[in-house]
Design a protein around this ligand. Structure first.
Ligand code: SF4
Length: 353
């Protein structure tokens, strides 16, 4: 848990604010006003909430922390990608990224300080899991990103929960985060513009399918069989491939939405034509399967090499020949260490937590 004794101002949903104003003897409409200051006007202090009486602002100040994240730095890539390094109130560090696309600005948020899943290609897991973020700490990342975009009158148009951490191991906070993000009186991000990405925490895939949302689901698959997947992603020993695919089928049947399977290509590890053939066999019968191929970023602590460009295209062709839809993720921010966990790892090397 964070070391703060008070909740963060971003930890509350509109319903929480409604309950809070009632408990504190305030008029019901004040909840909407507070929510509006936080997510529509996006002020950075209680004093800026000028239509609230001073007595109410004092109550808020007594009971909540406004400062949730301190920006240590933000770096801007030549391609427009912006990467934030934030320090939490307990001095742990996290990363958040704004990616520029032709269709708008996408924010990649972090859900945990570190990660215990142990994927062998990922820098974020090197120091293990320190703690879960609160919903407010996840929300504040989007608010901070939107505040930067406000300077150029741009908007956050989509969110991917693909930063540091396994979102389905911090399930309740992530669900609360989503509730605030999609609220029409808040940032009002369309559900279909939000994607949650999991390494395959099977019980929570079922839970998520039953939430009755339109939010997208992505599964980090990264291998076409149990043997290789268990080597790359130890989570596969807990939730084997067949169980994972069964949970995915349930999700598709329940929601009618397609799943994106993320496949990070690692040179000579999982990127050979035989891997593509095997993956195609596995996913051929999967309803509406879509594979997103990700050329893996070099992590100095790991020894994976990149897949040559031609081999990436060859891998895609094999999938498509087998009627499995496949795209290649555009690389962004490579000049600013934008790959997951790289900036935080550098910050930790410099002596920070
Ligand atoms: S890829 Fe995601 S789930 Fe795997 S170790 Fe990294 S942060 Fe955790």
């Amino acid at each position: 848990m964070p070391t703060n004794l008070k909740p963060y101002v971003y930890d509350y949903t509109l319903e929480d604010w409604q309950a809070w104003v009632k408990e504190n003897g305030e008029s019901g409409f004040r909840a909407g006003q507070i929510f509006d200051w936080l997510y529509v006007k996006r002020v950075s202090s209680f004093d800026a909430m000028t239509n609230l009486p001073k007595s109410l602002r004092d109550k808020l100040r007594d009971q909540f922390d406004f400062v949730t994240l301190n920006e240590v730095a933000h770096y801007r890539s030549k391609d427009g990608t912006v990467k934030f390094l934030f320090e939490l109130t307990d001095k742990n560090a996290i990363e958040t990224v704004i990616m520029k696309h032709s269709y708008g600005n996408s924010i990649c948020v972090t859900t945990q300080v570190g990660c215990r899943i142990g994927c062998t290609f990922c820098a974020s897991t090197l120091g293990g899991l320190k703690r879960n973020l609160t919903s407010g700490e996840i929300i504040a990342q989007v608010v901070k990103a939107q505040q930067l975009l406000d300077e150029t009158e741009e908007r956050v148009s989509s969110i991917v929960i693909m930063g540091i951490g396994e979102p389905f191991e911090n399930y309740d906070a992530v669900m609360k985060f989503l509730k605030v993000m999609i609220h029409p009186k808040g940032l009002n991000i369309g559900q279909r513009h939000i994607t949650v990405s999991t390494s395959g925490i099977v019980p929570n895939i079922y839970r998520f399918a039953d939430e009755d949302t339109q939010i997208n689901l992505a599964i980090s698959i990264h291998a076409p069989n149990d043997e290789l997947r268990s080597k790359l992603m130890p989570v596969n020993r807990r939730y084997p491939f067949a169980d994972l695919l069964e949970a995915c089928r349930y999700y598709v049947a329940k929601t009618g939405r397609r799943i994106t399977f993320e496949y990070a290509l690692m040179g000579n590890v999982n990127d050979r034509p035989e891997h593509a053939e095997e993956l195609a066999r596995v996913l051929k019968t999967f309803p509406m399967a879509h594979v997103n191929l990700i050329p893996v970023n070099f992590v100095s602590e790991r020894d994976y090499v990149r897949t040559p460009r031609n081999d990436i295209f060859a891998f895609q062709r094999i999938l498509e020949k087998n009627k499995v839809n496949a795209t290649i993720r555009r690389e962004q921010g490579s000049d600013i260490a934008a790959a997951c966990g790289q900036l935080r790892a550098k910050h930790m090397e410099s002596g920070a937590r």
